[in-house]
Design a binder for this molecule. Structure first.
Ligand code: PXP
Length: 264
């Protein structure tokens, strides 16, 4: 089992709450400073085309004021590549974006977008920014990720999280979705790609994903920010960290047990 499973804490919804009143609170930089104290390893923030939560100013301040690695999620547009090259986050995760969606609703179709992705990835690689592509756990998309020159990928875990435990009319079950993730992770690692995962993960479903040995990073946001309302941001991160460590088989007395409200 590889050693540490990194936790990237997505702070988009700290900005969502701030923007609800148009002021400055809660401050994304203050939240980012708490990530390490809760056992997180990096900041994840999605600069969407419509700037519905994270803003350009957030990204600049997060890079300048917080000493943790910054993973900027973004669409593969020239505007976003320009911002990334100017700000120089540690990493970018390229996601598909549709204006009307509530959240990122599926993985990138790398196969169809090869021509658009390759030159943009080359520019980011050239600037020393790690590029991950957000894709479904599909071997065809994994192969295409390798072909377009991205050194990393992030598997969309939404299907796994949404699948019921029992059999469905479509035949999709949580166990089948987990197997897809496991097989795609093995395939990606064999190709030399760094494997991340995220979307929809909560304290009670993160364990089996954390157990996949090829996965080295999880990016988790909504569940942490939601739990933070009840227990505080640092404690919510700590609960997720502990659930990940238990899943990985690395539980430690140093990590607090999840709060009662986190276990549902
Ligand atoms: N990874 C990516 C690429 C995402 O777009 C998101 C959602 O912003 C996440 C991870 C985190 O998902 P969640 O907020 O459901 O934990």
């Amino acid at each position: 089992m590889p050693s540490h499973l990194r936790l990237g804490v997505n702070i988009d919804h700290v900005a969502t709450v701030r923007n609800a009143r148009g002021g400055t609170e809660p401050d994304t930089v203050r939240a980012a400073h708490l990530i390490a104290r809760g056992g997180g390893d990096s900041i994840t923030a999605h600069l969407r085309e419509d700037r519905r939560h994270i803003t350009d100013r957030d990204i600049k301040r997060l890079k300048a004021e917080v000493p943790l690695p910054l993973n900027m999620e973004m669409a593969a547009t020239d505007e976003m590549v320009g911002i990334a090259l100017a700000v120089r986050p540690h990493a970018v995760c390229i996601v598909p974006e549709r204006r009307a969606e509530l959240t990122t609703e599926g993985g990138l179709d790398v196969v169809s977008a090869r021509a658009a992705l390759s030159p943009r990835i080359a520019k980011l690689n050239g600037a020393g920014i790690q590029v991950a592509l957000f894709i479904d756990p599909d071997p065809v998309q994994v192969d295409a990720t390798k072909e377009v020159g991205a050194p990393a990928l992030e598997f969309h875990t939404g299907e796994y999280c949404n699948a019921p435990d029992g059999v469905t009319p479509m035949g999709r079950t949580r166990a089948k979705e987990l197997k897809r993730l496991e097989e795609a992770s093995t395939h990606a690692a064999r190709l030399g790609l760094e494997v991340h995962a995220g979307h929809g993960l909560i304290v009670t479903n993160v364990g089996p994903v954390a157990r996949i040995p090829e996965i080295v990073e999880l990016n988790i946001g909504h569940a942490i920010v939601a739990e933070a309302i009840f227990v505080g941001f640092e404690a919510a991160i700590r609960s997720m960290r502990a659930a990940m460590d238990r899943g990985r088989g690395q539980g430690s007395a140093a990590h607090a047990a999840p709060s009662k409200s986190a276990v549902r």
